[in-house]
Design a protein around this ligand. Structure first.
Ligand code: ATP
Ligand code: MG
Length: 321
């Protein structure tokens, strides 16, 4: 495997047996993906689509039933590979009589970080996460947002290359979300690679280069966000200025191009949407009616639309959970 591939899943699947009758739950049917150094991959899917289950497989917290996972080219159980990953679980759990400082110091010891380094690094990280005032207070009574920050501080202790966060922005208020989002942007700038799940599409759009959409345990759409959004629906948008006279007739000519739709009209300026392969025909028609093509651009589908089309039927039946 190339050195710059930090994470690779090859047809990973996980089947649980649950209940007294051992009912089979296909939590993850088939997921393949690759994350390269410096990339940020968003893992998207409705409730119960298998995000947490696959993340647990990546971290070797559970064993996949099928397929192969490679972390830094090694099996996920490899301690050295695992030490290069910072993990934030879906609901971080800490003993609530401990303080953030004690938690981080303890975890640092487990990582084998020496005392001198811990003494500098623990307060520095807690300060970075806005917990300087609270670092010696017991976690009992901390808000969800504060606990999330303790979890993030802990994930950064070993200065890992790859951060795997399960719903890092869930349960935070708008200010907390903004702060954590900005922190994640900064971590990317520092060269960390990111793999995180989220329900919030705008967060994925701002933080990721690539996305993987899960639908009932199957990766149904994946790739670079910019390409996915363009390729998924091959439509272009044209802004055309009509000649002064016979505007209604000109519009009729333009919309006679198969698939063309008039989206907006402001006086002599119209905005049309047309299947991209029909763009030459549209420009030809525009010439015929002496209209001027002002703008022409591929239409960028929003991630929201893509998500709804790819995974909405899961939500229609109430999720797989
Ligand atoms: N230990 C388990 N035993 C049996 N079924 C399980 C187990 N863990 C998860 N599942 C089931 O596997 C499916 C996927 O769950 P998972 O938690 O991975 O989804 P998710 O995408 O993380 O959902 P959410 O967005 O709600 O966090 C669900 O149907 C869930 O009920
Ligand atoms: Mg989950």
């Amino acid at each position: 495997m190339a050195d710059d591939v930090l994470l690779q899943l090859d047809r990973v699947g996980k089947t649980f047996r649950s209940g007294l009758l051992g009912r089979r739950v296909e939590a993850v049917r088939e997921v393949s993906l690759t994350l390269r150094r410096g990339e940020s991959v968003g893992y998207l899917g409705p409730n119960g689509s298998g995000k947490t289950t696959s993340i647990k497989c990546i971290l070797s917290l559970i064993q996949p039933s099928r397929g192969a996972i490679r972390l830094f080219g090694k099996p996920p159980s490899d301690a050295l590979a695992r030490a290069r990953v910072g993990y934030l679980p879906e609901s971080p759990y800490f003993y609530d009589y401990l303080t953030p400082h004690e938690v981080l110091d303890y975890v640092g010891r487990l990582y084998g970080i020496d005392r001198g380094t811990r003494k500098k690094r623990v307060p520095m990280l807690l300060d970075r996460l806005g917990l300087a005032q609270a670092m010696h207070r017991p976690l009992r009574g901390f808000s969800k947002g504060m606990l999330q920050r303790v979890g993030i501080a802990q994930s950064l202790l070993s200065d890992p290359d790859l951060l795997i966060y399960d719903e890092p922005l869930s349960g935070l208020d708008p200010i907390g979300r903004k702060e954590v989002r900005e922190l994640m942007v900064d971590l990317r700038k520092e060269g960390k690679s990111l793999f995180f799940s989220s329900h919030v599409l705008t967060d994925i759009e701002t933080l990721c280069d690539s996305v993987c959409i899960l639908d009932r345990g199957v990766a149904v759409a994946q790739g670079r966000l910019s390409e996915l959004l363009l390729a998924d629906r091959l439509e272009s948008e044209a802004v055309i200025e009509l000649a002064a006279d016979a505007q209604e007739a000109a519009i009729a000519v333009l919309t006679s191009v198969p698939g063309a739709v008039l989206c907006e009209r402001a006086g002599a300026v119209v905005r049309l949407r047309v299947p991209t392969p029909r763009v030459p025909e549209l420009t030809q028609r525009a010439l015929e009616v002496q209209a001027q093509l002002r703008e022409l651009a591929p239409r960028r589908d929003s991630l929201e639309e893509l998500f709804m089309r790819k995974a909405v039927h899961v939500q229609e039946v109430g999720g797989a959970a």
